[in-house]
Design a protein around this ligand. Structure first.
Ligand code: ADP
Ligand code: MG
Length: 250
């Protein structure tokens, strides 16, 4: 479903991604671990074409993101095509990024109506189902500021799902939460995993990775140092850098 090949990205002289290759099968969960500054967020943003690549490419379900070939050369896609492509890629941020002036329900209805031209009544019905799924059926008319961080993040997940994305990207979805609120968000992500949603999750929650990931990826210095099933990478890491990182977070 997701094919990341030879991706390079620099900011000025800082080479943040130095040739990243990663394949994510449909219906599978990939957890990305790595120290701060290793390029995890930049990689997720590259998948979404929020960062332009210097080299390499990303395709989702066989479609090149942000670029296309014509006349044997790679061209950047026009903005409206990129926006259409992004509707297939759900993104859940550390800080929720809900629209503060919209109710919970309106947060979920906005994109399906404006980007996908779904009828409002249909989008509302789907949104109410999604709120139920994340345990927030009673909060449709609340504003984000009236909710706890855990509730806001569950709304953000429901909002991402409202576009029926092909893949969901999570960038440290529980890092901004008080410890007692982490579990309710991880429960929702765990349910999505069980229902076969294709996901890439950047997180430091090792227990979650062990339980939910099909593949654990360890990144350091802008490259994938190693990847494999959780039992291999977490319990029998091959690389010293992976061992050193795990020793710090476990
Ligand atoms: P991680 O998510 O693993 O902590 P990031 O992908 O956020 O790492 O960042 C990797 C490196 O790239 C860091 O050194 C960060 O400061 C730098 N960086 C990220 N985005 C930008 C940007 N827009 N401009 C300049 N440097 C950036
Ligand atoms: Mg980050």
């Amino acid at each position: 479903m997701v094919d990341i090949r030879g991706v390079h990205k620099s900011f000025g002289r800082l080479e943040v991604l130095r040739g990243v290759d990663l394949q994510v099968a449909a219906g599978s969960v990939t957890v990305v671990l790595g120290p701060s500054g290793s390029g995890k967020s930049t990689l997720l943003r590259a998948v979404n074409h929020l960062e332009k690549l210097d080299r390499g490419h990303v395709s989702i379900d066989g479609e090149l993101i942000g670029y296309r070939y014509s006349g044997g050369r790679l061209h950047e896609r026009p903005e409206r095509e990129v926006l259409r492509q992004r509707t297939h890629i759900g993104f859940v941020f550390q800080n929720f990024n809900l629209f503060p002036h919209l109710t919970v329900l309106e947060n979920l209805v906005e994109a399906p109506v404006s980007a996908l031209k779904r009828p409002r009544a249909e989008a509302r019905a789907a949104a109410l189902d999604l709120l139920d799924r994340v345990g927030l059926a009673g909060k449709a008319d609340a504003y984000p500021r009236q909710l706890s961080g855990g509730q806001q993040q569950r709304v953000a997940i429901a909002r991402a799902l409202a576009l029926k994305p092909k893949v969901l990207l999570f960038d440290e979805p529980t890092s901004a939460l008080d410890p007692e609120l982490v579990g309710e968000v991880l429960d929702v992500i765990r349910d999505l995993a069980r229902s076969g949603t294709t996901m890439i999750v950047v997180t430091h929650e090792i227990g979650f990775a062990r339980e939910v990931a099909d593949t654990v990826v360890f990144m350091d210095g802008g490259v994938v140092v190693e990847q494999g099933p959780p039992g291999a990478v977490l319990d029998h890491p091959e690389h010293e850098r992976t061992r050193a990182f795990l020793a710090k977070v476990l």
